[in-house]
Design a protein. Structure first.
Length: 323
């Protein structure tokens, strides 16, 4: 019998539309001879399953099922394509755990941990992973601009702590830039991360579980036309993503070793894509994405293709790893 697969997409964050694009690519590339596939749109206002003609069927949240033409459809596995809340921050995965439903992501605690940039940095630093100097602020904290500059210097990056890697991020070049950047970040989250600027080559490293083993994919070099790798650079073509990266053999060996170590010390499973910047040949960890973009143009699928893994193989491997 064919397995029933839900492709969860949408979500509650600013990355909703990107997630829907990712989910549709997964839907298009899964083998329908092996799986009955349904997209499940998860929004604040509704949870609905979609059929091939876009008809909507209300999801029963008691067991994540739905009824179509008088027949109840239960799922064997959920392919998680939700960037941001609730798919990437552990909330949805905790619910799946409660109802004993398999999914393609890491366990809910690992997802919650890695979604929190501050906590992830604290965890990896304990294992000797190099990171930028950082400061944390909660909404309502007193803001001392001179103290911030003294610790992290200028320019610096200001990011929402619990959010994806595309929204609410600013690069402050001057003291006057900091307060507007904080306001932008606070629109996405009540917790803020301020990091020192690192000068060097930026790379993105995909690490996945593939056929039962931890696999580091070919490395991508990021060359942004903008001031940094922001939303426009990621999704609107304002960057070059060069795979394989133009780095030395020493740099490649170091970042592959570091990326695998980060994946394993965080007890990850499923997909991940982490960003690093080289400073004097040493890779400095920036952040990790556990539901990376999955469109044909996205970085991780590009890396998989360079490794000889098609989209169909990549997505099927994620599902079969559940069982």
């Amino acid at each position: 019998m064919k397995k029933n697969i839900a492709i969860a997409m949408g979500g509650y964050s600013s990355e909703k539309d990107i997630s829907i694009k990712s989910g549709n690519v997964v839907y298009k590339n899964l083998n329908t001879k092996k799986y009955n596939t349904y997209r499940v749109l998860i929004l604040k206002e509704k949870w609905v399953a979609l059929d091939e003609t876009e008809n909507e069927y209300i999801i029963d949240k008691n067991d994540f099922s739905f009824i179509r033409k008088g027949t109840k459809i239960n799922f064997d596995c959920v392919f998680n394509a939700i960037h941001g809340a609730p798919g990437e921050n552990g909330q949805l995965l905790a619910y799946f755990n409660l109802i004993n439903l398999k999914h393609t992501s890491a366990p809910f605690y690992q997802m919650a941990l890695t979604f929190n940039k501050r906590d992830t940095l604290s965890a990896v630093k304990a294992y000797g992973i190099q990171t930028a100097t950082s400061i944390y602020l909660n909404k309502g904290d007193e803001i001392n601009l001179d103290s911030i500059i003294e610790k992290v210097g200028l320019p610096c990056f200001i990011k929402p702590n619990n959010a994806g890697s595309s929204y609410g991020i600013s690069k402050a070049h001057t003291k006057e830039d900091i307060l507007p950047a904080l306001e932008t970040a606070y629109k996405e989250d009540s917790e803020i991360l301020i990091e020192s600027f690192l000068e060097g080559t930026e790379v993105s490293v995909g690490v996945i579980q593939y056929k039962g083993e931890t696999k580091v994919l070919p490395i991508t070099e990021i060359v942004s036309e903008n001031d940094f790798f922001d939303y426009e650079a990621k999704y609107l073509g304002k960057s070059q993503e060069i795979t394989p990266a133009r780095i030395t053999a020493i740099q490649q060996e170091k970042v592959e070793k570091t990326a695998k170590k980060v994946y394993e010390v965080l007890n990850m499973t499923g997909f991940s894509r982490a960003e690093y910047i080289f400073v004097n040949d040493t890779p400095f960890f920036l952040e990790i994405n556990t539901v990376p973009g999955l469109t044909e143009e996205s970085i991780l699928p590009q890396q998989a293709q360079k490794a000889g893994i098609s989209l169909e193989e990549l997505f099927e491997n994620a599902i079969e790893s559940c069982f």
